[in-house]
Design a binder for this molecule. Sequence first.
Ligand SMILES: Cc1cc2nc3c(=O)[nH]c(=O)nc-3n(C[C@H](O)[C@H](O)[C@H](O)COP(=O)(O)OP(=O)(O)OC[C@H]3O[C@@H](n4cnc5c(N)ncnc54)[C@H](O)[C@@H]3O)c2cc1C
Length: 379
Amino acid sequence: MTMDDLNEEQRIIVDNVRKVVKERIAPIAAEMDREGVFRWDIARLFAEMGLLQILLPPAYGGLEEDKTLMYCLCVEEIAKACASSALLLIIQAVGIFPIISAGNQSQKDRFFPRLAKGDELVGYLVTEPYAGSDVAGIQAKAQKENGDYILNGHKCFSTNGGVASLYTVLAKTGGKKFTFFVVERDQDGVSVGKEEDKLGFRASNTTEVILEDVKVSRDNRLGKEGEGFRIAMEDFYMSRPSIGALALGIAETALDLSFKYACERKTFGKPIVRHQAISFMLADAAIQIEAGRGLMMRAARQHDRKKSNIKLASMSKCFCSDIAMKITTDAVQIFGGYGYMKEYPVERLFRDAKLTQIFEGTNQIQRMIIAGEMLKEKR
Ligand SMILES: Cc1cc2nc3c(=O)[nH]c(=O)nc-3n(C[C@H](O)[C@H](O)[C@H](O)COP(=O)(O)OP(=O)(O)OC[C@H]3O[C@@H](n4cnc5c(N)ncnc54)[C@H](O)[C@@H]3O)c2cc1C
């Protein structure tokens, strides 16, 4: 599957995102990174373009078909200019997914109109200080009280934790049963803790969220008690191709910039692109990006076709993020001393690429999943 397989309407959507990103995001991306503050104007721009709503049903502004693929392609276009901005689409999709996948009709009727407007963001609260890769190790508890629930827990690394008004929260509902709940940020007992000071994705908001005796109505429980772990895993199958897309966007810009620089910068009487050591790095990057895009698009396409994409989703996430790290590292090398300076754009790409190897399941976890799937296929 390649970009040529998109239909006319899909091509128009991607072209439009590319154009807006070039005009509105690219010129301010370095400044956003320097200032390290969340920008509501970017979130509103994406909402107006319908990008935060892609996964919702069409009646609420979502796309009719190929939602995962189109969402990934939009993420990739935005990430070419600003990874922090692209993450807005991802965390909105990841946060909304439990409602789409497990919400009952009355929950959809309550939350979808709010999300369709696009002026509210959703946070996804799973990770805790002592449980990241090991999702089943979370300690947040939802205790039943007169049919409703009292939530207590400490969530960390929550993207948009300080700016989202809704959270989908995973908590234990007894023993090894996990359940998702929708919690409003302004509810009694919810507080936003420390905002993280990060290496990259500096214009993305990442905070702790503390839940202390938060009363949650049974009407805000998503699915049955005990379905939370499955929902969290299914969310990954949707989101991992998009982390691949995020990483690809970063890698593509690193390649574009380093190729251009290599054609201009001269040493020993010729442009450095004429030194084989440099041109091979660029050729490898081009190969890897082409391969990564094929993988990402296939993983997304499988998800849209409602076919199992567990292995492809992990491969896409793992491969694209590993090549993004390699390509951005090489880009810094190709720029030489200038690559190390904040005045040049490649150091930001290098810092941003690192996160793509870590979140939505580290690449060690992806390899465990891929190997596990291979063993299942062998049986
Ligand atoms: C900027 C940022 C934003 C994030 N946003 C969100 C969010 O919105 N919502 C959310 O819920 N979470 C979020 N996360 C959390 C993220 O998903 C976790 O950080 C990630 O899953 C890794 O968990 P951990 O940090 O606890 O690392 P750990 O699980 O402690 O892992 C530490 C190291 O050990 C390795 N490791 C762990 N287990 C194994 C094993 N069995 N075999 C081999 N190696 C292993 C890991 O690969 C890693 O290298 C975010 C994280 C960051 C940094």
